[in-house]
Design a protein around this ligand. Sequence first.
Ligand SMILES: *[C@@H]1O[C@H](CO)[C@@H](O)[C@H](O)[C@H]1NC(C)=O
Ligand SMILES: *[C@@H]1O[C@H](CO)[C@@H](O)[C@H](O)[C@H]1NC(C)=O
Length: 823
Amino acid sequence: MVLYFFLIIPFVSGVFGEVRYSIPEEMKQGSVIGNLARDLGLDITELGKRKARVVAEGSKQYCELSTETGSLLVSERMDREELCAQTAVCVVQFQLLLENPLKVYSLILEVQDINDNSPVFTNGQIELELVESTILGRRFPLESARDPDMGTNTIKHYRLSQNDHFVLEMNKQVNANAYPELVLKKALDRETQSDYYLTISGIDGGNPLRSGTASIHIHVLDANDNVPVFSQRIYKAFVAENSPPGTLVTKINATDLDDGVYGEVTYSFSHVSDKTRGVVEIDGVTGEVRVIGLMDYEDVNVHELDVQAKDGGGQSSHCKLIIDVIDLNDNSPVISVKSASSSVSEDSSPGTMVALLNVYDLDTGSSGRVTCHITDNVPFRLLSEVKNYFMLVTDDILDRETHAAFNITITAVDSGSPPLFSSKVIPITVSDVNDNAPVFSQELYTVNIPENRPQGTSVIRVTAEDKDFGSNAKIHYSLQLKSDPAATSFLSINSETGDIFTSHPFDYETASHFQVVVSACDMGNPPLCSTCTVRVFVSDQNDNAPVILYPVQSSSFIAEDRVPLAAPKGYLVTKVIAVDADAGHNAWLSYRIIKATEPELFSVGLHCGEIRTLRPFYEDDEVKQTLEVLVEDNGPESLSATATVSIALGDSLPVVDELSDFGEDESAPSNSNEDLVFYLIVALASVSGLLLVLISSVVYVKLCRRSFYRGGASNLPVFPPTYGGPPHYSDVSRWGTLDDDSRYNSFMTTGSWRGDFRFSTGGSVGSGGGVGGGSGIGIIDYDTMTKRSLPPLKNDSLVRLTTSSAASLKPKPRGRLSVPRKV
Ligand SMILES: *[C@@H]1O[C@H](CO)[C@@H](O)[C@H](O)[C@H]1NC(C)=O
Ligand SMILES: *[C@@H]1O[C@H](CO)[C@@H](O)[C@H](O)[C@H]1NC(C)=O
């Protein structure tokens, strides 16, 4: 530290004992201000003794006296600025006191200024706000710096940091402190540089120089000289359709370089088409575009909007927003029936169109690709020849009787993910065609009807069914006339119900069985018909009384039968022959003598009607004998007839031997027996021969039938009439199929005199023995009928036929054959 010693001038004033010193401020403690003893001419040794001391006037003691050297020393820091502030001359007064004797010396210290203070800006941070449009040359006064030092030590000049826009100029107004001013020299642009940071320095004139600085912050304020600028000219956004309200579509970003309200951009739609209105909205502040309504691709697939951005100063600009709606599979396919015939005829050929459908989907892409299919297992299929058009055609033969109606479900599926589908049911009825004939429940109806039932008796009901529908299934029954006019006349039919009635009472004896053909026709166009056979068997009733054929009845006595007087006991006198037109039990006749001239003389065979003698005749027996024979049938209410037999006994008549072998043979001569044996052998041999011939012919016939069966009736064997008549005259032919249990096949007639075999030749009245079975009487017609209506005879029938024919060929006692002699 350098001490500056000012020239200490011992200033001896006129006043006694006054010393004046001039010292720089801020001297170090202990620094010597001056030698007071010498300057005042005092003895140093005296100082101590006289208790010399320096007293200040104020509270502060800046100096002290060194009693050893007599020097005045700085005891405390002296700051001129503190002691005297801004007074030009700074003086501090002291007194030096001496005691013994008291002596006061005045001490004056003049404190000199030194440059110990730097210039200071009270506000070290200067803030300035300038509008960027400020005109050049505009001055902005700045605060001046302060320096407490005096004179040259105070502020001398200011300096501004380096910059392009501003300079500093001093304002030297009269009677005022000079202060610096900031002058704008170059136009400002906030958008280029909005803030300038400068420093201003105040520099004093001391030596060395001291300076103080302040920083200046110049904030350039905005002028609305910019329009909002969009980050893109065209915004493109993609939004899935059906996005819920609130979905962010895009964010519009426009920037305005201006500051404050001039840079505050608000967004709005400047042009919205009608279709877009209500679909999206824009947030005026953030520029966010959001969905608010229904975004439907099928309605509008692209939204085009004009967006305006406007700043607070009213400047605006525009951009375009294009929103592409992304199609979603939100539409089910639509099936629309363009035409459909509700019914299709069952005889339609495959490929007949039933319905035409249009199938479409409002979606696009794969969501709009539609495939179509129908229910399985139906005789229909879909055919598509034009895009989106499907024809429903028949694929098979239809049959209303199997399937009268169909519900065809058509399902359309699009290819979206997940796929949507819809379906439609097309009801189709199959209309009827008369393709089914009526079908009888039975092909053959068999019915038994007792004879003599009144006209209109119900016989049977035939029923037929037709699977068709309506009039095609309505059945009309009728008797087929041409099948057999005679039989048809027996019956009538209810054409609606199929009930068959008798047209008049039947007579078993006229026709025991017949058949008619019933046809059932539907009402279709053309009608279809089918037939069935009704076979009617008339069952017999006992409505015919026996008829006496022999002897011929007359009112007067005619001795038809003569008996030799010598006739032995058991002699066959005659035979009552009666027939009954009925059949079976009703025709089973029994004979009884109810009245006789000589009761014990004759007997009648109960079933054969043979009248035999009970004893030999006596002389006195009456020549004319009359018998009344009651012939009764075996019906439930038996009918009867009475035969009157007249017998004449005659002397001259020879006794016929053959007739007696039946009775007691013991009376016959032995040689006649030998003759008989011979005859028997001859007859047996011839019969055996005939039998052989017959058997071989039967075998031949069988073979012929087998090989020539299809040749027709001409191949059937024809037996010689002598063998008992045509074969079909037998019972077998009469009954056709004799298996029928209700037939009485064993009681045809018992018109034989010995009952040992039956006559089987139904029609043998004229051709056989003349007195054959009576059962054929009155039914001669019958053969022609059976020939037509009955099937050819079976082989077993033929065998039976032939055996019965053979039976009729057995050797018959000549006498027996010739018994019914006419007298
Ligand atoms: C706007 O765009 C500018 C420039 O691309 C970007 O700096 C700013 O962050 C965007 N503002 C918004 C709100 O996205
Ligand atoms: C078709 O559908 C209708 C209505 O559901 C029904 O009455 C009818 O019986 C159905 N037909 C067939 C053949 O399934």
